[in-house]
Design a protein around this ligand. Structure first.
Ligand code: SF4
Length: 295
């Protein structure tokens, strides 16, 4: 029988839980309203599928909503009286709010309050004439949203190498924020490099405490087991950071659901640790625990 240990902080964080509840409540209470999500609600296809079965429609842009609504009227399909658009916990840029308002689409705003705070800082930095630097992945929706609050003028760098390629100017004031799921150690290394450059810089560590605690408990558990299993979406940034943290210490499997587990590969491990990304629902974690318990 396997010895299974679960990380103290695994699975849905406060922001994702809040967003999922808000979206579900909206689906529950609204009749005759088409509910659109601007982008997958979370980076977990199984959880998103549950919401779509309940009636939510995932779209990539506001134009997609307009097209779907227009197609309904052409095809003679029943048209709901109104529509709403969910903004997910990653947040979006200011232009999305403006466009929705202009097109008369009510918003269900599930932006995580921690991300909302970065929007405020980015906007203030822009208005104060400072140069915003965002430490994070330029393709991640959270970073695209943050950049939009500084009129898309931010310098975005994901690691120390990219920071070293920036030509800092002595007459500029810089303001630094981090992607909420950034690895704390990498961020510290970047900041100590920047501080050594003798430029005018202000730093706001915006790494979310939920991320920090989850990463610490994964690192701690990885030291006590023979194998770590990290459960979460392949496109989930915070999940992939957990994978990297665990891999630095011990053999690690990155999976989305229990179906990705291979009994033969598991056979050589007796003590197995489990952690999960911020967008992994409890029922997927329970499924994995159930599968391992049966071995
Ligand atoms: S990881 Fe942190 S910032 Fe991101 S949604 Fe969760 S609580 Fe909010």
């Amino acid at each position: 029988m396997k010895n299974i240990l679960i990380a103290e902080n695994a699975g849905f964080c406060f922001g994702v839980k809040r967003a999922m509840n808000m979206a579900w409540n909206e689906l529950d209470k609204t009749d005759n309203v088409s509910i659109y999500a601007l982008g997958p609600l979370i980076h977990n296809s199984q959880a998103v599928a549950k919401y779509e079965e309940r009636g939510m429609v995932t779209v990539a842009t506001i134009e997609d909503i307009e097209k779907i609504e227009a197609d309904k009227s052409i095809s003679g399909k029943p048209i709901n009286n109104s529509k709403e658009m969910i903004i997910r916990s990653h947040g979006v840029s200011k232009t999305v709010y403006d466009e929705a308002k202009e097109k008369n689409i009510p918003i269900i705003d599930t932006t995580c309050p921690f991300v909302r705070k970065i929007h405020y800082l980015a906007n203030k930095c822009y208005e104060d004439g400072k140069q915003l630097i965002v430490i994070g992945d330029k393709n991640h929706p959270e970073i695209i949203g943050i950049n939009g609050w500084s009129s898309h003028s931010a310098i975005i760098a994901k690691n120390l190498e990219e920071i070293k390629n920036i030509s800092f100017e002595s007459n500029k004031e810089y303001f630094i924020v981090a992607q909420t799921t950034m690895n704390e150690k990498e961020f510290d290394a970047i900041i100590s490099h920047i501080r050594s450059l003798n430029i005018r810089v202000e730093v706001e560590n915006t790494i979310c405490s939920a991320t920090r605690v989850r990463q610490e408990s994964a690192r701690d558990l990885a030291q006590r087991v023979e194998l770590m299993i990290v459960i979460g979406g392949r496109h989930s940034s915070n999940t992939q950071k957990l994978v990297k943290i665990c891999q630095d210490t011990v053999d690690t499997f990155s999976i989305e659901t229990k179906d990705d587990l291979d009994k033969d590969l598991l056979s050589k491990y007796n003590t197995i640790g489990i952690t999960a990304g911020a967008s992994t629902p409890d029922w997927i974690i329970d499924d994995v625990i159930g599968f391992l318990s049966e071995l």
